[in-house]
Design a binder for this molecule. Structure first.
Ligand SMILES: C[S@@+](CC[C@H](N)C(=O)[O-])C[C@H]1O[C@@H](n2cnc3c(N)ncnc32)[C@H](O)[C@@H]1O
Length: 272
């Protein structure tokens, strides 16, 4: 099988699963050959090595597995991160949370941050790269997530900037914190997700409880108890009303909600 035949076969296989089957076939082949798409176009007659491995990757994609897990790579903010099943694939909207946090770190001389639910390390790694004097303590309940975060943190040489702790929320952490940041699980338990998400991404990274905002509310309580200066969280597009109501009930008045690029409510910053 040559490159041209491989793309033709793979795009036929992916027609019913992908919106852009030729493009995805090319992407997977580029990953397989460690080459660019331009190389594929310029070398259509080149015979493929290890065809079975390529076919296996196409089979995984045909079964709706996200490309990021197949290639063990995700592009996020200005870097690429290692990902595999067991950790959430960081989403573009989370880049906005980082921008909101960055403004505060700059303006308010924040020196110590805790991230609840580090996942692949996406948020903490970007913040640590932007602010070399920042100390970050990052937790997760998932050992798989912590293992992958560690791998990414080591790759970027940030092991002395980000401390990883296996715990629920911030249990056992006594350090003084200026700010808490989190993109916690916030989807309602009974929400029907697409197959590519529900079959492959970790449940503990997705579901936040019966309503969905239960963990967010616990984090708000925790930030209040810990007397941090700021809390920044991502949330679901339909959670602004319930979070605003909760903040009102517990006498927190200084909150700013922000929207994502689609114009949907996506997160909030509390100043205590
Ligand atoms: C939506 S993912 C976010 C991952 C990463 N921060 C990102 O933005 O891509 C939520 C993460 O929180 C972790 N998590 C869920 N419940 C937790 C808890 N009670 N305490 C700490 N981490 C938790 C999950 O394992 C998962 O890694």
């Amino acid at each position: 099988m040559n490159i041209k035949q491989a793309i033709s076969w793979a795009s036929d296989e992916l027609t019913l699963v992908c919106e852009r089957p030729i493009f995805e076939a090319q992407l997977i082949l580029c990953h397989h050959l460690k080459c660019t798409r331009v190389f594929l176009l310029a070398n259509e007659e080149k015979i493929l090595n290890d065809v079975e491995f390529f076919k296996e990757m196409i089979k995984r994609r045909k079964d709706s597995e996200p490309y990021e897990y197949i290639s063990n790579n995700v592009s996020f903010y200005d870097i690429n991160l290692f990902v595999e099943q067991g950790v959430l694939i960081p989403r573009p909207e989370t880049e906005l949370l980082i921008d909101e946090v960055s403004k505060i770190v700059k303006e308010e001389e924040i020196t110590t941050i805790a991230e609840i639910g580090i996942g692949s390390g996406a948020i903490s790694i970007i913040l640590a790269r932007k602010f070399p004097n920042l100390k970050i303590i990052a937790t997760d309940i998932s050992q798989d997530a912590l293992r992958i975060a560690k791998k990414n943190i080591e790759y970027f040489g940030l092991s002395d900037k980000i401390q990883l702790i296996h715990t629920n929320l911030l249990d056992g952490i006594q350090d003084n914190l200026d700010m808490i940041v989190s993109n916690p699980p916030y989807i309602a338990n009974n929400f029907i997700l697409d197959k590519n998400i529900i079959k492959y991404e970790p449940k503990e990274a997705l579901f936040g409880g019966i309503v969905g905002d239960e963990i967010l509310k616990k984090i708000i309580d925790l930030a209040k108890i810990k007397e941090v200066k700021f809390l920044a969280c991502e949330m679901g597009y339909d959670q602004k009303q319930s979070i605003a109501k909760y903040l009102n009930q517990i006498n927190i008045n200084s909150v700013k909600f922000y929207k994502d690029l689609a114009g949907l409510d996506r997160g909030f910053i509390i100043k205590f």
